[in-house]
Design a protein around this ligand. Sequence first.
Ligand SMILES: [Mn+2]
Length: 329
Amino acid sequence: MGLLEPGVRALALMAIESARTVVIASHIDPDGDALGSSLGLALILRNLGKDVIVYNRDTVPYSYKFLPGADQVVNRLPDECDLLCLLDCSEFARAGDELLDWNGYKRSLCIDHHLTADPAADINLIYSDACATGELIYELAVVLEPGFGLNVAANLYTAILTDTGSFRYSNATPSSFAVAGDLVARGVEPWEITQQVYESQPVERLKLTALVLETLQIAGSKRAAAVWVTEAMFAATGTDGEYTDGLINYPRSIAGVEVAFMAREIGPDDYKFSFRSRGLVNVAALVTDFGGGGHHNAAGCRLQGKLEELIEKIFALVDTELKKLESND
Ligand SMILES: [Mn+2]
């Protein structure tokens, strides 16, 4: 069983085995899967005697600093390596400009679960049925014993836990549970990881949450909801953009709301919008007209204008979309 096709898996394993020096990179603004899968793979390869560097353009968010190996993530690329592994994204640009411009590697291997039109690496293991990149790394890990220790398991468990929203999202499959079950059997303590990821927030984040929830706006149809965050709120609570992670789930959690979004002020009359769908509306399609992108249930774009007007415009757009979807039923 498993998602990886044996032929491609063999190619990936050959590339890994023949490399002595490896750089593992992932997308900017890294989440639990980007970091858990990167650090998990790094530990496997180090346990097999390879020189491994884990690169990310951005710093590790506070909720993932506990991950084994997180203190060794660097934001500088070395001069060269044998193999570059790009995880949880398939375009070099998603990992930032420095990686995009870098050509110090001899081969590249991409492991990802986002659908993409044009994967850029030499070898591509891209399976959108995987709940997380961590699930694909797990399939390599079981072949790469004895590199697969408890620290690897903790990283992969975190990757799967966070990308499935604690096994609540529609991407949680029998395989996600089976892999998580095996990771727990290998010694991972679910409550330990849960506390680190979800129950160790700085008090500043709760204060920011209170301010953001005050902004709640609900569309006349009651099927869309919005919140926003400003520089003034960050200043008042001693926080920054890193602390907004997950806040958008609050407006989406309202009964009847199909689409929720959060606006983040990045300048005068200039906002970054994040969207979440409950599943009916494709928010990636909704934002294409605004030059945005993403997935069916999570997308983003940038818009300029008066915030109240932008929110009303998006509320109207969601209504139109819902009416269109429901008249097709
Ligand atoms: Mn992922």
